[in-house]
Write a protein that binds this ligand. Sequence first.
Ligand code: DGJ
Length: 539
Amino acid sequence: MKARMSVIAAVLIGSFFFAVSASAQDANLPHLEKRDAVTQLIVDGKPFLMLSGELYNSSSSSLEYMKPLWPKLAAIPLNTVITPLSWELVEPTEGKYDFALIDGLLAQARAQHVRVVFLWLAAWKNGMSSYPPVWVKQNTKRFPRVVLHNNPANILSTIGGYSDATRDADARAFAAVMQHIREVDGQEHTVLMMQVENEVGVLGDTRDHSPQADQAFASLVPAQLIDYLKAHRETLEPRLRALWLQNGAKTTGTWAQVFGDTARADEIFMAWNYARYVHGVAAKGKAAYNLPMYVNTWLANDDNIPGNYPSGGPLPQVMDIWKAAGSAIDIYSPDVYDPDFAKWANRYHRPDNLLFIPETNGGKNGAANVFEAVGEHAAIGFSPFAIDGFHEGTTDLGESYSAIDAIKPILLEQQTKGNVHGFTLSKEHPFAEFYMNGYVVRVSLDEIFGNHAESGYGLIIATGQDEFLGVGKGFRVLISPRSPSSFKLGYASIDEGTFKDGRWIPGRRLNGDENDQGNYWRFDPKSVRIEKAVLYHYE
Ligand code: DGJ
């Protein structure tokens, strides 16, 4: 009896300790946290900015191939690498998991002090279904496909009910991955976040036309979605709101009745079905190991027709549909290859969605746009695609990353107070203007003795009422009182410098031609600089 009692006690004590250590671990996991004006990624108790790059799709399928790349990636310098992880390699045979790639990639990343975001390439990548294991691809009865123009496509169906076996198999594998990451990384936190699937949506038509999809499309819009529309009526994304209102703001009806019998209704219907699936997979993964999770988006302009781009992916006009379907996805992210980076950053940075750029152009464009992203939108990360190509311009990106890395603690602190602005300038858009500390800050392309900069980019942080920290190149800054005013402002001092272990190391005092005889705070076009400016007041 006594022996039995002590066994029970041991089990109870053991499970108590397990519960304590598991929850202590959870509290410390990488997570998103609202800090005053912004939401930040918190890693090991501190805000973390992912200065990142995404690998080509196939690089991380081989540890040998990756081995020589890690030191080069770290030297760019990146602090985070976004790396594919595919269902086909994790679960080549149903129920038999192979985590060797996860373990190997984590060991390689840790050796270079680089963090990792994994892309769960599973049911869909770029709309298509090339990444599921072959036992999924082959079994079209159990794992049905989208029907387009009367033919099954190479796209797994996501229609609720009809595709539940696919979702459940995908979710089981993803949960196993998350459980494994918890076991091997629950203390070290090399893995910061997970991307669930990749650029989902139907390509080739506006929606799935399988009989099951047609039937679902002819059914009533679920109450869960209608309730969301009613509850968020005033704040819905403007095009979605307009569409719903134009069709009578109905609170019951089929998809075509509520949203109109057009391609837009098809896109909304697909968004709802993809969202339910993806939230379902993410939720199972989070139950195993609760990391932040995001989805990425193949973007398209408003005049494009869904199906030319993946119909149902979380584009701005259907982001609310995704939000109505669940909350397991924390971030909706744009893959910005469009030259108008600012437009997409604005659309994805919403009060209910922080900005994270998982894919974009690298090189000189990336070197500039990272300032817009982290300076103007408090993005938690920036990640040009095909980073392991080390294309032309990678040194420009590295130059921007190094400077941003040096000022990171101040940047992340001042973001929470709304004291940061970022910008990119070009011949077409040579000015930016904003308010800081009650002053008007005018930024323009640099120019001295008739020499004009071709482009300029940077960010400005208000570090005190009359003190500013700036980073970037190719621009000049004029700070004036908001008129009418009883005083004028001049530059008391401008110093270039850098930060070492958080300490400011001043370099040259910039005066004369370097501040246009006291008229402007200048950032030379030749290289990215970190500079401090102090203002004085006079009458
Ligand atoms: C977007 C995808 O998400 C990436 O995996 C890659 O295929 C790029 N497009 C290619 O430009």
